[in-house]
Design a protein around this ligand. Structure first.
Ligand SMILES: Cc1cc2nc3c(=O)[nH]c(=O)nc-3n(C[C@H](O)[C@H](O)[C@H](O)COP(=O)(O)OP(=O)(O)OC[C@H]3O[C@@H](n4cnc5c(N)ncnc54)[C@H](O)[C@@H]3O)c2cc1C
Length: 419
């Protein structure tokens, strides 16, 4: 395809859009990636203080694309997950659920971590570095799509800068607040949880030993995620602290000593003295799930298709699986000399992704509703539920394999192979 004509035009260079561009470009699809933000801002220290739990199978895709060697030194393995219910005082209930990574390994196989915690700024930097070196991908930012025309033959995009592009297919990776879905008349199930996630980095006296903890407090889950030790050897964890929105706003306005006291009470003392360090970020939480993922020469990926509660740390991992399935479908089509934006190509992608996404959206929604309250009978039932699952090894193994992304019809990249 010549200068301004592409197989694939991706709108949005967040974690999903940039990974899709890299996977598509590496597979040989002429790709353009557009974002309204200057690319340099993505890796600024203040841009995104989150970490992402990269599931075991997402890591296989990263490895297949040669991205993992840039990230391995910055990724902390998740070896155990401990889930417990806790009351207002932050004290965990004696009934809990414990997942051990060794349980998921098939007999005789070397156990693998359930996933890795990676800082988003490192993910973004590694993606941008690889994209800049990929000849099949053109990056355009900052710029914005102001008009899209899609018909049976092609899609035409007009950018704010005045540049015009033509593509076989447009992918909206615009995140949950994108406009292309609505413009295409695709509805969505969407609601707010009236919760805010406060995100920060904690420093603690004792090492975390690769254990990810999730405490269910009355306002929502409080996650303690193991990070790599800091540059001076300090032990660190990434915190995703969900609270009712009104309370979260008041907490964020507290001065440092008061905030630290509230934080330390919820964190507990299992890792010795703990301190909240650096800036605090906050994210309003809600759910959005598109009624369909495709339209004429348009496909939705990542949060543009499904934005979920971070309760299970799976939102991006679903997007990674979208990307693996989409690239496989597109490259199979291109190799046959057929049209990558044709309706039957897109149908294959949509059918492949629907069930996995639907299951995770429903599961995270249910978990959040069940655990983000302090209603005594509900608490009793869920505590007994956690303890019951904890006693049944096959059930524990089932959940661990789901969290690792090992369940279902896995695309090649998710199996660690190039499509
Ligand atoms: C607190 C928190 C913790 C999380 N933890 C985890 C975790 O541990 N594991 C996990 O798997 N997931 C996690 N997630 C989910 C994960 O962060 C998201 O799924 C992921 O970041 C979504 O990326 P995206 O690229 O789809 O969307 P976004 O990050 O929203 O990116 C969209 C991009 O599109 C651009 N854009 C939008 N519209 C246009 C337009 N019209 N023109 C040009 N550019 C446009 C925007 O500038 C932006 O750069 C977490 C989420 C939260 C809130």
């Amino acid at each position: 395809m010549d200068g301004d004509r592409f197989d694939l035009a991706i709108v949005g260079a967040g974690l999903s859009g940039s990974l899709l561009a890299l996977a598509a470009g590496e597979a040989g699809l002429g790709t353009v990636l557009i974002d309204r933000m200057p690319l340099k801002s993505f890796t600024d220290a203040g841009f995104d203080g989150r970490t992402t739990a990269i599931a075991y199978t997402s890591h296989r895709l990263f490895a297949a694309l040669g991205l993992w060697r840039d990230l391995a030194d910055q990724a902390e393995p998740i070896l155990d997950i401990r889930i417990s219910d806790a009351g207002h005082d932050g004290r965990p209930s004696p009934l809990f659920l414990h997942f051990d990574h060794r349980e998921a390994a098939p007999e005789g196989d070397e156990p693998q971590p359930m996933g890795w915690i990676v800082e988003n700024r490192f993910l973004r930097a590694a993606l941008l570095r690889r994209l800049a070196a990929c000849p099949q991908v053109e990056l355009i930012a900052p710029d914005e799509v102001i008009e899209t025309r899609r018909d049976a033959d092609r899609a035409d995009l007009t950018l704010k800068s005045g540049r015009r592009l033509a593509a076989r297919l447009v992918a909206s990776a615009e995140g949950r607040v994108g406009t292309m879905r609505e413009e295409a008349g695709i509805g969505a199930r969407a609601w707010s949880y009236d919760q805010i996630a406060i995100v920060l980095v904690a420093r603690h006296a004792r090492p975390h030993r690769g254990v990810a903890q999730e405490k269910f407090l009355p306002g929502g889950p409080f996650a303690i995620l193991p990070m790599r030790d800091g540059s001076t050897g300090e032990h660190r964890s990434s915190i995703v602290w969900t609270e009712r929105a009104d309370l979260a706003r008041r907490l964020l306005e507290l001065d440092a000593p008061r905030f630290q006291a509230e934080f330390a009470r919820r964190f507990g003392d299992h890792l010795g003295r703990v301190e909240s360090t650096g800036p605090r970020w906050w994210f309003p939480l809600g759910l959005v799930h598109a009624e369909r993922y495709i339209d004429t020469r348009l496909v939705l990926v990542g949060d543009a298709a499904h934005g979920l509660h971070p309760i299970a740390g799976q939102g991006y991992n679903l997007g990674v699986r979208d990307i693996a399935a989409l690239v496989e479908v597109l490259i199979d089509t291109k190799r046959l000399g057929l049209d990558v934006g044709a309706a039957d190509t897109l149908e294959r992608y949509a059918r492949w992704r629907r069930a996995d996404n639907f299951t995770m959206v429903a599961a995270t929604d249910l978990l959040n509703r069940l655990f983000s309250n302090d209603i005594k009978p509900v608490r009793l039932v869920r505590d007994l539920g956690l303890a019951a699952v904890n006693r049944v090894p096959p059930l524990r193994r089932f959940f661990v394999r789901h969290a690792m992304g090992l369940v279902g019809d896995l695309p090649k990249l998710i199996r660690g192979e190039r499509p």
